[in-house]
Design a protein around this ligand. Structure first.
Ligand SMILES: [Zn+2]
Length: 482
């Protein structure tokens, strides 16, 4: 592999590149789905190859191949050069990289139990036990459970002298119960609706989820939702569970702080931002309780790594401090445009993709409002919503509507009537401005979001969001039908 990398870098430099980097990546995945007591899908994939990125006359060129040998490395290096030269003609602002020093290092996800070493039987038993527990609840039409494992081994090397080897291991799982009657369908998921909880770590994280132990209440709630009244409409105090806070962060803080999106170079997938750079240090984004960090070092986060795909070390950087906008997600190319070094959030989905600015773990710091029950007890009248069902947000990430799987009316500090199809709407800074309580660290979970799409061609992103339940005052609540 060393020779392949050296040949590619050499070809790029001899051809006139001012900078070049090579990533050799192998990604292995395994996914198991059990549906209504039967194995529905068992897929495993391995994808390996390398990508060469070069900078010529201030323009990027990129090419990639799955044929891992030295003559191919040279050919791909030259092809990347040609692409860079062609795009240099049309290029407006020449790319300038920050001064991140080249590093030689290794990083490996810490874990106890290798998810690929756990037998298929063991994995199936976990899913079948959860399925059986859901099946004991009358009225559940569709029962589903899934487990997923991933391992990415990659080597990053640059013409500046960086050499970084990483092994990222991922594990996750979750269950869904769907109840149906003549007129509608209601679903309840555990522990979230992101396809399960996924972390960087070993299979111990899956065992800790105790899917079977939560299966019955998950199924019972799906059935109960069928007969629940519709969510009332009006302005009220809103308590969100940690998973919904996580998605709220993702859509209304994570995406709009991606600096390539801010600069308009990434306009696909609802792709601009209201957080323009003239607002840095000046915009009140939320109440003074709102502290949101981009933390690629958080243990177990799905957006946790040693180095990003430009060789920048993982960092913990504030985006919102005391409610004020103080930072962005940056790359080596965009950081200097706001007078900063990259904070290390450029990642590529695979060997055949160029790195884009991707969220790391975008975390809302916990507060001091105690447990979820304490927060509800402290809320006179309002509504508690749990687990996302739908979302929509405008192009600039300003106006949004979220729907959740379940809501409960809060009356005199008590969780009372279950209601179905709850939704809430808001305008990003006003909504975060209405936040007046966040639960304590014991309620804080670092959720993994394994399906963030961005770019053209589309790249998947694995990102994380740490959150605790939180309360927002005077939010517009209503009913949605999906
Ligand atoms: Zn996303």
């Amino acid at each position: 592999m060393k020779e392949l990398i050296e040949r590619a870098l050499d070809a790029a430099e001899r051809g006139g590149a001012s900078y070049a980097d090579v990533r050799v990546v192998e990604r292995e995945t395994e996914q198991l789905t059990v549906k209504n007591g039967a194995l529905e899908a068992a897929t495993s994939t391995v994808s390996a190859g390398f990508g060469v990125r070069v900078l010529v006359e201030g323009a990027w060129g990129f090419s990639s191949s799955r044929e891992m040998h030295t003559t191919e490395a040279e050919r791909i290096g030259r092809e990347a050069l040609e692409i860079a030269r062609a795009s240099a003609i049309a290029h407006r602002v020449p790319v300038e990289l920050d001064a991140t020093p080249p590093v030689t290092d290794r990083y490996r996800t810490p874990y106890d139990e290798d998810p690929f070493a756990v037998s298929l039987d063991d994995k199936l038993r976990i899913l079948m036990d959860a399925d059986a527990a859901m099946a004991r609840v009358a009225g559940v039409a569709i029962r589903e459970g899934n487990l997923s494992s991933g391992r990415e081994t990659k080597t990053f090397a640059s013409s500046a002298g960086a050499w970084i080897e990483q092994e990222i291991v991922e594990s996750g799982g979750g269950i869904d119960a769907t109840a149906v009657n003549d007129s509608e369908l209601q679903q309840r998921s555990y522990p979230n609706s992101f396809g399960g909880q996924m972390v960087t770590g070993g299979f111990e994280a899956v065992r800790a989820l105790d899917l079977a132990g939560h299966a019955q209440e998950t199924a019972e709630l799906a059935v109960a939702l069928l007969d629940a009244p519709q969510c009332p409409s009006g302005e009220m105090d809103l308590v969100l569970d940690a998973t919904q806070v996580a998605l709220q962060i993702h859509e209304s803080c994570g995406h709009p702080t991606e600096l390539d999106r801010v600069f308009g170079t990434e306009a696909s997938f609802a792709g601009t931002s209201f957080l323009t750079t003239d607002k840095l240090g000046k915009l009140r984004y939320g109440s003074d309780l709102v502290h949101i960090d981009a933390d690629a070092t958080a243990p177990g986060g799905l957006g946790t790594f040693g180095y990003d795909d430009e060789g920048v070390p993982a960092q913990n950087v504030p985006l919102i401090e005391g409610g004020m906008l103080v930072g962005y997600l940056t790359s080596r190319e965009t950081g200097p445009r706001i007078g900063r070094q990259s904070m290390g959030s450029a990642r590529a989905w695979s060997w055949n993709h160029i790195p884009l600015i991707r969220m790391t773990n975008i975390n809302l710091r916990p507060g001091d409002a105690g447990s979820l029950e304490d927060l509800i007890a402290d809320t006179r009248d309002g509504i508690f919503m749990s687990i996302n069902k739908s979302w929509s947000i405008d192009d600039r990430r300003l106006n949004f509507q979220f729907g959740d799987q379940a809501g409960w009316i809060i009356k005199n500090g008590r969780r009372t009537q279950l209601v179905k199809n709850p939704t809430y709407t808001g305008i990003t800074p006003r909504f975060w401005g209405s936040l007046d309580a966040i639960c304590s660290p014991s309620e804080w979970t670092l959720w993994g979001l394994p399906n963030c799409g961005k770019g053209e061609p589309m790249q998947i992103g694995h990102v994380g969001h740490g959150a605790a339940p939180a309360r927002f005052r005077g939010v517009k609540v209503g009913v949605g039908r999906w």
